[in-house]
Structure formats: C-alpha cells, structure tokens
Design a protein around this ligand. Sequence first.
Ligand SMILES: [Zn+2]
Length: 332
Amino acid sequence: MTSFSRQVKNELVRYPFTRRCCALAELRAFMQMNGKLTISQKTVSIAMQTQSASIARRLFLLFKFCFEVSPEILFCRRKQLQKNSTFVLRVPEKNDSFKVLQELGFFTANTENHKPVVKFLLQNRLTESGLKEKCCRRAYLRGSFLASGSLNNPSTPYHLEIVAPYHSYAQLIKNILASFNLEARYFQRKDDFVIYLKGAEEIGEFLRIVSAHNALLNFENIRIVKGVRNRINRLVNCETANLTKTVFASQEQISNIRLIEEAMGLKNIPPSLGQVALLRLRFPEATFQELGEMAAPPLSKSSINHRLRRINALARKIKENSGLKEKPGPEQ
Ligand SMILES: [Zn+2]
C-alpha cells in the first residue's frame, strides 16, 4: 500500500459517524467490496477482512452502532509474511447475520429460503436504494475506499482506484461518482473490476467528497509543486533553445557585418541594410522582433530577417571574391 493510501485511510477511519443511514451505507460498501458469506445448513456467517487494525476497529464500532451486534475479531498472522497479517470480523450467530444482511439490503425479510437468495443477491442485486441521500453516498465511497481503494503518491502519475468483485458494484460506484460530477471508468482485472480516476482534479474532488481534508491539502500541495516544476522545466527548455538559436545566428551576422565593414564600409551599402547592420552590432542578443521595434521607422520581424539575409548574402559574395572559404555555421 502506498503511503498516501495509508494516509487517506487513516483519516477516513477517524471520520465521525453520527447518522445510522450513513453508517449502514459505509458497512454495506465494505461488505460488497470485501465481505464474505459462509453458508451451511445450520449457519450463516458474515466476515469482513482487513490488514489494518484501525479499519478493523472502525468496522467493529460500525457494527455495534448499527445493529448492537459485537462481531468476533480474529487476528490471522501469516507465517512467511508478517506484513500481511489480517483481521477478520465475523458475525457467527445465524440470526444476527440475517438481521445484518437484511438491514444492509442484501435480502428482504419475507424470503423463505435464504440460502440461494443470499448468494444471488450478493452478486446481482444492486439498487441504489439506501443511497439516495448525499451523506450516504459519501459514506458508501468512504467504505469502498477503506475496503479496496488505493491512491498513488502524488509525486507519481495520478491514479486512484477501487477494486470491486462484481461488475454491478463497479457500475454502482461509477454512478455514485457521476452524481458528484466525477467521471470514473472501470476495467476488468482478472476476476475483479477496477474503477479508477486519473486526473489530479478528479482525485482532489474525490478526497473532498469523502472528507479526507488533510490528505486533500497534502495532495494539493504536492500537486502544485509538481505542476510548477513541470511548467518551469518546459519554460526553461523552450527559452534556452530559442536563445541558443538567436545567439548562434547573431554571431554569424555580426562576423558578416564586420567583414562588410572592412571590405567596403557600412556607409557604402544600401541605407536600409546599413541601419539593420548597426542595430545588430549594438544589440547582439536582440531577437528580430526587438530589432524591428528599435528601427526607425519600425520594421516587421520578416523585413529584419530579409535584410539580414541580404547582409549575409553580401558577405558571402565578398568572401567568394577574396577567395575566403566560408565557415560552416547555422543557417540564417
Ligand atoms: Zn446518510
């Protein structure tokens, strides 16, 4: 998990829950993204799994708040990979499980034979009922991100994703995001469906929607620094290139003007060329545009260009006549 994902999740688990509608929506999202049902003849148990102790604690509190049910918390340490220890919250009691599933909207109270229905509903039933209120839709996104979301560090390419086990869940998240004017996309990765946001604006908006305000501030700060740095790099590269071109061309023009001066004197060339030649000698780093502005009367960029070409051509002629070889240099 990236450090930024962790930061966002640490902030989300502290978000206070006061309304039952939202707490249910958050649990429902977690259940849909990361929940497991174990069904046998005698028992139905719900399990939710997470690698984070603070997320496990939040789920426990949400269960208590919504259902007055205290799930068991199991801690499973993997022998090889200490890092991937997981917490499993389990509601083992059949009646409690039914109550929870029913309230989370996985099946209706009148269902006679729970078994096939639960399985079917977990996969397919997805209405947006219970998610009409904005507060609940935000809570649903919070639960989804806690269950299976991740966010690249903003110093790397912008990418936020939530992994859903079914197509219909991916579509639900996409719809919820659309209700906040965020356009998400999803694709299939093995058996899962990955909903993602790419743009910095969109990711910032997501953090705002789920109320990860500190993470949003950090994200924006890093993003601004990154943006400014990119812009400066572009600017510097581009100006250096132009300047180099101007300076090379200018050196060539100046040596040609000096040659003309020695060979025939600047007074003896057409005055239109003489004026530009003098300006170039005085302002070696000026662009054509700047030279044009300094001329009296002002000249366009292209007439400066044209006159300097004529000066270069004149110098070439002098070199040819005197048997001097022209030095290779950038064209201008
Ligand atoms: Zn609500």
